[in-house]
Design a protein around this ligand. Structure first.
Ligand code: F6P
Length: 324
């Protein structure tokens, strides 16, 4: 292996830049060339490459987003697109690829590896934390801190007006952000796709909360929650059934994907980047580099994609106890 390519793909997440920096500098440390591929797989197809050295990643460890840009490439889903991408990599002398992204990006990497026997290594970068084989994906911790910070602010106005706030958070089909940030921000109820709370139990819980003397409340709702109503319909439904509540909705949206990465995400990104490059140099391929019990661990990409990142049920219990 003489030259490694690195790209970011799918939804960006804080810590991606720190991971790019780590990959580039680990290559330099081992006297290997590194190529940055812009706009994910789309840039691979279009040959949008740039040589990167240790100084091209100065001052990015603290930056959100990704300097390599990101994209969700439709062309890479076609055989012709992947063939073109492979030709470009071969022409540029790139021997292996580090893909920083989520499960869609890993699926692309796996297919690419299967088709061309091309060495690939994945680094999990998504705020959703929905990848099997790692307790944390890059950006998850930062997103949690962002959400908690927002809800703290919402709490100020909620308690001033004795209001109930429904706060919708991201996470796609997973409830990790909602559950963890909900506990951290002291939410009254947390609605996640993995657990069907049911509308009746939600109303019952809000009734109990009022009766227990609470004047304001925060309910955190994962965007993928399957309660059967979106957050605005849910507001109407609660208002109809519990008219004593003055309700507002806040959808936090893409602000959850931005911002300077937390120290945890920066350290994780640095560790994962080192391991990804060194694993390639050891001849490994088709793995994701993750963290389990604070140890860096390799998981076959196939498992990382298909496995289920379980919700921690103990957290549900903790949340219940906290809202007594
Ligand atoms: O996967 C990250 C994520 O931010 C999800 O939480 C969210 O559902 C989705 O991406 C939003 O995607 P887009 O940026 O394409 O709107």
């Amino acid at each position: 292996i003489k030259k490694i390519g690195v790209l970011t793909s799918g939804g960006d997440s804080p810590g991606m830049n720190a991971a790019i920096r780590s990959v580039v500098r680990t290559c330099a440390y081992h006297d290997i060339e590194c190529i940055g591929i812009y706009r994910g797989y789309q840039g691979m197809i279009e040959g949008d490459f740039k040589e990167m050295g240790p100084r091209s990643v100065n001052n990015i460890v603290n930056k959100g987003g990704t300097i390599l840009k990101s994209a969700r490439s439709k062309d890479f889903m076609t055989v012709e697109g992947r063939k073109k991408a492979h030709e470009n990599l071969v022409a540029a002398g790139v021997d292996a690829l580090v893909v920083i992204g989520g499960d869609g990006s890993f699926t692309g990497a796996e297919v690419f590896n299967n088709e061309f026997g091309y060495p690939v290594m994945g680094i999990p970068g998504t705020i959703d934390n929905d990848i099997f084989g790692t307790s944390h994906t890059l950006g998850f911790d930062t997103a949690l801190n962002t959400v908690v910070d927002c809800i703290d602010k919402i709490r100020d106005t909620a308690s001033s007006h004795n209001r109930l706030f429904l706060v919708e958070v991201m996470g796609r089909d997973a409830g990790h952000i909602a559950l963890n940030a909900g506990i951290g921000a002291g939410a009254e109820e947390i609605l996640i796709p993995e657990e069907d709370l049911g509308l009746d139990r939600l109303l019952e819980s809000l009734r109990r909360s009022k009766a227990s003397g609470k004047s304001s409340s925060i309910v955190v709702i994962a965007e993928g929650d399957k309660i059967g109503k979106n957050v605005f319909e849910l507001k109407d439904y609660i208002e109809e059934n519990l008219p004593e509540y003055d309700i507002r909705v806040s959808v936090l949206g893409h602000m959850q994907r931005g911002g300077s990465p937390s120290c945890f995400d920066r350290v994780l990104a640095s560790r994962l980047g080192v391991k990804a490059v060194e694993s390639i140099l050891e001849g490994k391929s088709n793995f994701m580099v993750g963290i389990l019990n604070d140890k860096i661990a390799l998981t076959p990409l196939e498992q990382a994609i298909k496995g289920h990142s379980e919700i921690d049920r103990e957290l549900l219990r903790v949340s219940d106890i906290m809202t007594i």
